[in-house]
Write a protein that binds this ligand. Structure first.
Ligand SMILES: *Cc1c(COP(=O)(O)O)cnc(C)c1O
Length: 351
């Protein structure tokens, strides 16, 4: 059987989405806010008007216009994707040739490396410092020295929660002789976006997603870039990549004026509460844990034995993500955060 499987697939380390039967899921950076019944009813009404026998709008025009209106970018610079994951995959397929180099930082979103390997590109790794910071100058120098075709990094970063300033990102874009892809999956929770610069920049692609702000089920992401890059992107993507159900639901999700700002604020408040509670725990167990600062909807915590803490949390019905020797904990509802903190207290007391 294995003779039909090429070597690049045999080398692949698969992405493992956190599937488990825990009652409390704080492992996938989803929003802790479920859509309101009123929003769901409006989406239901849209479904009644949908032509299920017809293909979707290939350019998801209405959705791109609504996203563009919300983020102040004209729709002609926007490509919609089946999650930003599809767009990341497409980037490697469209803008990089087999054997060419791609600069990736470590740690960063694990899919970059996976697509790098399936598209047979060569990763050039910039290792972050022990505190998970990195120097933009070092990134520029490495990219230019190695003649990479593309740089990709998340800002703010999954899994570290940290980010670099807008000025630093623009410095990288201006001084690197390659495409720079800034994955702003978590930028709804921070204020250092460069999305406004993408339409006029020669070599910048910004990625956004609706997954972290309450629409993970819909699978909808966006790439923002100048019109030449956008044309290539659109002509290379699979034609009906965003299905009609998602487009209809997203027209409500993105279109309801007052819904999203409130939802994003609520997620940020939950994140702040979780961060403060973890910091307080750190004051008591300073020798056992370290909490990193965050600009996202999760908090990264290093425990002396993170794997052990992860397994014990799971035994109590709470799943978090073990990554880079730390636990990445998504901000949950108030009750979920409280249960998590209480359970961690119990675990640390006995460890
Ligand atoms: C979650 C995440 C994505 C994937 O988003 P989808 O739109 O759900 O595919 C992309 N990049 C980063 C850094 C993420 O954390």
């Amino acid at each position: 059987m294995n003779d039909f499987i090429c070597n690049k697939l045999k080398r692949l380390t698969p992405y493992e989405p956190g599937i488990n039967d825990c009652a409390i899921h704080l492992d996938a950076n989803e929003s802790c806010m479920e859509l309101t019944d009123e929003m769901k009813r409006k989406i239901g009404e849209k479904m009644l008007d949908l032509h299920f026998n017809r293909y979707p709008d290939p350019l998801a025009t209405e959705v791109c216009e609504l996203f563009g209106a919300r983020y102040n970018v004209p729709a002609r610079f926007i490509t919609a994707g089946n999650g930003s994951d599809e767009l990341i995959s497409l980037l490697f397929g469209v803008f990089v040739e087999q054997g060419e180099k791609v600069l990736i930082t470590e740690p960063d979103f694990s899919m970059y490396k996976i697509y790098c390997s399936t598209y047979e590109c060569k990763p050039v790794i910039l290792n972050k410092n022990d505190d998970f910071s990195f120097s933009p100058d070092e990134m520029i120098e490495l990219a230019n020295k190695e003649k990479v075709r593309l740089i990709i990094f998340s800002n703010p970063c999954n899994p570290t929660g940290q980010g670099i300033s807008r000025d630093d990102v623009l410095k990288i874009v201006e001084n690197s002789h390659c495409l720079v892809v800034v994955d702003e999956a978590y930028m709804d929770f921070w204020d250092q976006s460069v999305i406004d610069c993408a339409p006029a920049a020669k070599n910048l692609i910004v990625l956004r997603t609706c997954s972290k702000i309450g629409f993970a089920a819909g699978r909808l992401g966006f790439a923002i870039a100048n019109s030449e890059l956008t044309d290539y992107f659109r002509s290379a993507k699979s034609p009906y990549n965003v299905n009609s159900l998602t487009q209809a639901a997203a027209s409500v999700f993105l279109g309801e004026k007052d819904y999203l700002p409130g939802a994003i604020d609520a997620i940020k408040r939950s994140r702040d509460r979780l961060y403060k509670a973890l910091k307080k725990l750190q004051e008591r167990y300073n020798d056992k844990m370290h909490v990193y600062e965050t600009h996202t909807n999760f908090v990264l915590v290093r425990f002396n034995d993170s794997k052990d803490v992860c397994e014990k949390l799971k035994a109590f019905g709470i799943s978090v993500r073990l990554i880079s020797g730390c636990l990445r904990i998504t901000a949950g509802t108030e009750a979920e955060n409280r249960t998590l903190i209480g359970t961690l207290e119990k675990i640390l007391e006995h460890n």
